[in-house]
Write a protein that binds this ligand. Structure first.
Ligand code: FES
Length: 141
């Protein structure tokens, strides 16, 4: 009788272990652990003379992309590069001097305001500052 209980215990443990092995990743997928996000207030987006007039670059602002634009007039402007519609990354269209979202043809002017397309809100504009040779981009307060 003792041996039978021991075998039942082993079988039960094996079955329970198998169930847990299958359920654990499923539950972790459904309820992922909370990640602490680093709050970034300013970044170096590039160096002066890096961008020719009427061009742009995408840079990392914390965990999301930002867009730095050197206008035709040589003015530096920076915005979040995350479209306010469905979060695609925007680009700069030098021909029309607008910020363009390729996903659903959203367009923004150089103040970040929506010109056309489905985006519901303007792009968040950042401050641009030249510090030595660096272009510093920071959140507006
Ligand atoms: S995601 Fe930008 S217009 Fe739809």
């Amino acid at each position: 009788m003792k041996r039978r209980r021991f075998i039942d215990f082993l079988l039960g443990g094996g079955i329970a272990g198998t169930i847990i092995t299958f359920l654990y990743p499923v539950l972790k997928y459904i309820w992922p652990p909370k990640q602490s996000e680093v709050i970034v207030k300013s970044v170096v987006a590039g160096k002066i003379n890096e961008l020719a007039p009427n061009t742009y670059k995408i840079f990392k602002f914390g965990s999301s992309p930002g867009i730095l634009i050197n206008t035709k007039e040589g003015e530096l402007k920076a915005f979040t590069a995350v479209c306010t519609h469905l979060s695609c990354t925007v680009t700069y269209d030098g021909d029309t001097e607008t910020i363009f979202c390729p996903c659903h043809n959203g367009r923004f002017d150089l103040k970040g305001n929506v010109i056309s397309g489905p985006p519901p809100r303007p792009l968040e504009a950042y401050n641009v500052e030249i510090v030595g040779e660096k272009i510093l981009v920071s959140k507006r307060t």
